[in-house]
Design a protein around this ligand. Sequence first.
Ligand code: ADP
Ligand code: 5GP
Length: 202
Amino acid sequence: MGKLFIVSGPSGAGKSTLTRKAIDFFPDLRFSISYTTRPPRRGEKNGVDYIFVDEATFDEMIARDEFVEYATVHGRKYGTREKDLRELLSGGVDVLLDIDVQGAEKIAKRIKEAVFIFVLPPSIEVCRERLKKRGDIPPEELEKRVATAIEEIKKIDHYDYVIINDNMESAFEKLKSVIIAERIKKDILAERVKKIFNLQEV
Ligand code: ADP
Ligand code: 5GP
């Protein structure tokens, strides 16, 4: 069974940048591709960044109970299809999910053994500046995002690890450390060690 890593936190925290770096770095870590009703941004590819669907298709998927979690984030729907996720995990693949805080709360109720990583900006001012710099948010949306970020940061107690993303390189070192540490836990390796050393069950 693969391990599930949830990277969550407010908009502008650096989740997608960190997620991309982790996927490039670990050849045996897969990104779970979400479904969304938002239109693709320039350079985004269907089936790579997201599976882009219309509202009706998304709603049919909800009705068929296909999502392990879904949420409306800044007016658009996003969801993780349960079948896709379970197939990867049961094939022994470690999976990284980049989802919003509401989605992470839903996963916490359904997949207890997932590892929850909270990414946050070093301050609200930096969060605002990064969102502005990313350039894909209308000015009237910006303060709404910042207010939502403050509400989301209050959920920090639900997480296993916290990465304050001040400097990208050191934030990425921390994410790598979490993934590596989780992969060498005794519960993960005990069976393999017993086989290697031909040990009897105790
Ligand atoms: P999220 O996915 O959490 O919304 P992004 O990864 O899209 O956040 O990051 C938001 C913006 O901030 C992007 O333009 C990104 O390049 C920038 N950014 C992320 N981390 C840092 C950092 N440590 N220092 C400077 N800029 C950063
Ligand atoms: P963006 O539109 O910038 O790619 O993503 C907006 C937000 O949606 C981010 O906070 C991202 O983590 C979140 N998101 C992406 N996919 C999912 C998903 O499948 N479920 C949930 N709940 N949130 C998601």
